[in-house]
Design a protein around this ligand. Structure first.
Ligand code: SF4
Ligand code: SF4
Ligand code: SF4
Length: 264
């Protein structure tokens, strides 16, 4: 840790942090630069030594590494290992890093060569199945969401810097949705994964009349089987439900086994 300073009388050093991106849209890093009202105060929490979206140059002398994106190329495995070796704390930033995110949708195609040809044509890129970071390295902390929610990240990073235990919500998005007094989207004929998805986004999508797509992965004790049955009774097809569950990769264990079963 570098500079000595205090926060409410408690020592609060400014750790050196670096941001990295593997295969991603870089929307999670962009989220950190949004919300100008708190940006300067937020950035004062740490000393940024590498952040491609926000600065030029940089060094590899860091203590905390935030890694966005999933592994989809062989060279990214090596790069990720180097980042892990240098960092005291490695944070998976966003759904791509935590679950594979939207990148893992390509894993649904049986013929990866066909995918490469269709996407890259005559300019092939060496790619592999999209995987989350923890398939290759130890991840110390996950920050969920596609994209991450700036307000939540500010809380988490503040806790990290002052050494507090970080506790993610265990309850589902429905809790936040009902606390915000929304009409349930099922009553309006729309699907929503709020009952099984980890809260923390303040029911971002239902708040704006969009059903939850499960970008933050399962809440603790999520009864996915039961929600599947409920969605069926609301008239949604297995394919519609699977499309939604598979979008970000957080429910992969469930969807993999469901795809192997015949249509219920
Ligand atoms: S989690 Fe979403 S917003 Fe973040 S990098 Fe991946 S695709 Fe982009
Ligand atoms: S709209 Fe979605 S998140 Fe809100 S209460 Fe209904 S199922 Fe839950
Ligand atoms: S409501 Fe669902 S899909 Fe939308 S941000 Fe929250 S967890 Fe993600």
């Amino acid at each position: 840790m570098t500079e000595e300073r205090t926060y409410l009388g408690v020592p609060a050093p400014r750790p050196r942090v670096a941001f990295f991106e593997l295969s991603s849209c870089e929307g999670c890093q962009l989220q950190l630069l949004n919300n100008e009202a708190t940006l300067l105060e937020f950035l004062s929490l740490f000393e940024i030594v590498r952040f491609r979206e926000g600065m030029t140059g940089g060094t590899d002398d860091y203590e905390i590494a935030f890694v966005e994106g999933s592994v989809t190329r062989p060279d990214e495995i090596e790069r990720l290992q180097i980042i892990r070796d240098k960092a005291a704390i490695l944070v998976a930033l966003g759904s791509c890093a935590c679950f594979g995110g939207v990148n893992q949708l390509k894993n649904r195609f049986n013929d990866l060569d066909w995918v490469k040809k269709t996407v890259y044509g005559d300019h092939p890129v060496e790619t592999v199945e999209a995987r989350p970071l923890e398939d290759f390295i130890t991840v110390d902390l996950k920050i969920y969401g596609c994209p991450i929610k700036k307000e939540e990240v500010e809380h988490i990073i503040t806790d990290l810097v002052v050494g507090k235990t970080i506790v993610h919500p265990k309850y589902p998005v429905c809790m936040e949705c009902k606390a915000n007094e929304n009409i349930c989207l099922y009553d309006l004929g729309e699907p929503c994964l709020g009952p099984i998805t980890r809260a923390g986004c303040d029911a971002w999508c239902p708040e704006n009349r969009f059903g939850c797509w499960g970008c933050r992965g399962p809440s603790e004790g999520a009864n996915i089987d039961q929600l599947y049955e409920i969605m069926k009774t609301h008239g949604f097809s297995s394919e519609t439900i699977l499309d939604r569950l598979e979008c970000f990769g957080g429910f992969q264990d469930f969807t993999d086994s469901l795809r192997k079963q015949p249509e219920k």
